[in-house]
Design a protein around this ligand. Structure first.
Ligand code: G3I
Length: 482
């Protein structure tokens, strides 16, 4: 068993920081939080949370650096528990269906789809300015019985998998920000997991799955997702080699999801930030997709501090890597957690207790986000911006810059992107242009910009909060006019 390091130091310093929480929270509330609202901007007919996200909520605080905070959603609780609904809307800017997009649930009978529960969640997300993380297209678990007991030939299984991916991704096209395309394809020792898919189709099923998903929704970000790959080790090395090869072969993979199911009896993953950075250096995005921290029950105050530390450290690792675009907890309330059903005697893994009251681990996350403004602003949180026509970051006076970008989800077609250009004057940046461009049906926008003077410039693209989408934007892109 691994020895836990530095929990006490982290926990002690955290306690000291938490003591300053109320003051810092007040200060943070006074700075501009893109998502937060001080005065209520309720539109009539909206559900609670749609018009007014609390300024000290996890989602509002994280939006200042372009980070999305997500949760897995139990759709039964969402339908029946008003407090659960309110917290989902207030605290999170992305939602992941915990079960209802899985093959077993969407196609319980061969050829008959039931999208109803998942459609409801997508609707909820739209009403509350949230993006949707799709989970999951290819997995060895939660498959329908007709599929696992059907004695299909490899060729039939390949057709069934292709149809499943194409049909599901097409059904949700334009509404999914990130898809978990392939989930848990490796064992802890780095060998490939022996699954229905590997046995029938060979390792090439992974590349095929990404290609089929991309064909069905070219704008969704496509992730490989797994657990125990948060730190450096045999399993993360294997995933690293896989995604490196996929990139080299031109397979449309955009990122890696680190599930981050932690347990306080083991040490924090080894060098999580460095591990994430090596994936980022391949040109991939990172997402923490299923964070929770379980412990043996009952949880002592010391163990609670260890849980806080694990939540803090995982969030800090994400904040420190610019390509980490979302931090998602695997459910937020202990009453709904998967943990006790799988690990007997363990639980208390979530950031809200059995009565949906925030726990110290909630405040640990909030505290880190309050202090996050020094973290790099991240892209890919809904809006991308490309500046073409710039040779090594500069353009000759009199020439034009072609500005192109895309917005996801494509359901934002018809709304506007604002492009802001600033010019450096002394130590200050002054806005010299601000134009709105309409997002096309495919999610694209463009603008031909001709700068009027020499100097140092920067540009960014933003979308305003709509009733169906949270505010989002790119980082500033510097360029020179010579
Ligand atoms: O829907 C049936 C219900 O009809 C039946 O009466 C009941 C009886 O047990 O079972 C219900 O299905 C359960 C399902 O969750 C929906 O609640 C399954 O038994 C149960 O096994 C299933 O558990 C889910 C688990 O994945 C399945 O492997 C958990 O909720 C879910 O949190 C968990 O999530 C996974 C991610 O997808 C992938 N990464 C690991 C993570 C945790 O295991």
């Amino acid at each position: 068993m691994k020895v836990r390091r530095s929990v006490f130091i982290s926990a002690l310093s955290l306690t000291a920081v938490l003591a300053a929480l109320s003051l810092t929270a007040v200060l943070a509330a006074q700075t501009a939080a893109p998502e937060g609202t001080a005065s209520s901007s309720h539109h009539s007919g909206q559900s609670p949370g749609a018009g007014a996200v609390p300024r000290d909520s996890l989602r509002a605080l994280a939006s200042r650096v372009g980070l999305r905070i997500g949760t897995a959603v139990n759709t039964d609780a969402l339908a029946t528990n008003a407090t659960y609904r309110q917290i989902t809307a207030d605290q999170f800017s992305t939602v992941t269906p915990e079960n209802v997009m899985k093959w077993q649930l969407v196609e319980p009978t061969k050829g008959t789809y039931d999208w109803s529960a998942a459609d409801q969640l997508v609707k909820f997300a739209q009403a509350h300015g949230q993006l949707v993380h799709g989970h999951v297209l290819v997995w060895h678990s939660q498959l329908p019985d007709w599929l696992t007991t059907g004695n299909y030939t490899p060729a039939q299984l390949r057709d069934l998998l292709r149809k499943h991916i194409s049909d599901e991704v097409s059904h949700f096209r334009g509404h999914i920000w990130q898809w978990d395309v392939v989930n848990e394809a490796f064992n802890d020792d780095g060998t490939m997991r022996d699954t229905l898919w590997l046995r029938a189709l060979g390792p090439g099923y992974i590349a095929d799955a990404f290609r089929w998903a991309h064909r069905a929704d070219p704008h969704a970000l496509l992730l490989y997702n797994d657990y125990n790959i948060e730190g450096l080790g045999a399993k993360s090395d294997a995933v690293y080699e896989l995604v490196k090869q996929l990139r080299a072969q031109g397979v449309p993979i955009d990122g890696v999801g680190l599930q981050t199911h932690l347990d306080t009896q083991y040490g924090f993953p080894d060098q999580m930030q460095q591990n994430m950075q090596r994936f980022a250096d391949l040109g991939l995005k990172l997402a923490l997709t299923e964070v929770d921290v379980r412990s043996t029950l009952p949880v002592t105050s010391t163990v609670q501090l260890a849980q806080n530390a694990d939540y803090s450290q995982s969030l800090q690792a994400c904040l420190l890597v610019r390509q980490c675009i979302s931090y998602t907890v695997w459910g937020f309330g202990d009453a709904y957690s998967w943990v006790p059903g799988v690990f007997a005697g363990q639980g208390a893994a979530d950031i809200y207790d059995e009565n949906l009251q925030p726990k110290p681990s909630y405040y640990a996350l909030q505290q880190n986000l309050i202090l996050d403004t020094g973290a790099p602003h991240r892209d890919g949180t809904g809006v991308t911006l490309k500046l073409s026509g710039l040779t090594s970051g500069s353009v000759k006076l009199g020439k034009s810059v072609m500005v192109k970008g895309t917005v996801t989800p494509t359901s934002l077609a018809g709304s506007k992107v604002t492009l802001t250009v600033q010019k450096k004057k002394g130590a200050k940046w002054l806005t010299v242009e601000s134009v709105a461009r309409t997002i096309s049906a495919s999610g694209a926008y463009s603008w031909k910009y001709t700068p009027g003077k020499r100097g140092a410039y920067r540009m960014r693209a933003t979308i305003a909060r709509t009733t169906a989408h949270a505010a989002a934007g790119t980082a500033w892109r510097p360029f020179k006019v010579t």
